[in-house]
Design a protein around this ligand. Sequence first.
Ligand SMILES: [Zn+2]
Length: 209
Amino acid sequence: MAHTDQHQCHVLCRSCDLVVQKRALPSPVRALCPRCGTALYDTPYCSINGMLALCIAALIMFFPANLLPVLEIHFLGSIRNTTAFQAAIAVGDQGYWVVGVAVAISAVIAPLLLLSSILAQVCIAKFALHLELGKKTLRMLLKQQGLLSQLTMLEIYVLSFLVSAFQLSDFADVHMGMGTFCFTMLFLLLLFLQREYNLEHMWGLLDDN
Ligand SMILES: [Zn+2]
């Protein structure tokens, strides 16, 4: 990252230490150091319609991902399956309720809140940015954004069930069904959504209006 000073109007080139005045750039343009050509900064940009599509797709995946079993284990004639939320409750039932709560928050609750929040932000940006209530709501959502994205840890959950499936496959039949597919898709959609999302750009929308 190029260093920016407190007033955000100068950047320091990280290669040659030249101080460059920051200027507003048109959309897909990147500012380069005039002395050595190092990339200094981009315009914060996110595609509102792209985010809307990713958000809706992720919300469609969210419900089957959480209602259908992510793993089905056939062991000595007995069949066990579990959804993300049941897994959290099962961990809690065994006395590890802190872990259970952490799983429920990071794999179920936070992703849903994050998706709803981004969907609301996108809708406000598209339709209600001229309204005072829209701006107020957007400001409130943006303040919570950092916390929600830190709490969302679907990747850990996806990794953990893949690892357990791999370990269990030696002595039990492990089936991955529609739930596994939906959960993995949800994880990928959220990954792309968070890549597309740019907090600085969203704050910028508020300042411009
Ligand atoms: Zn330079």
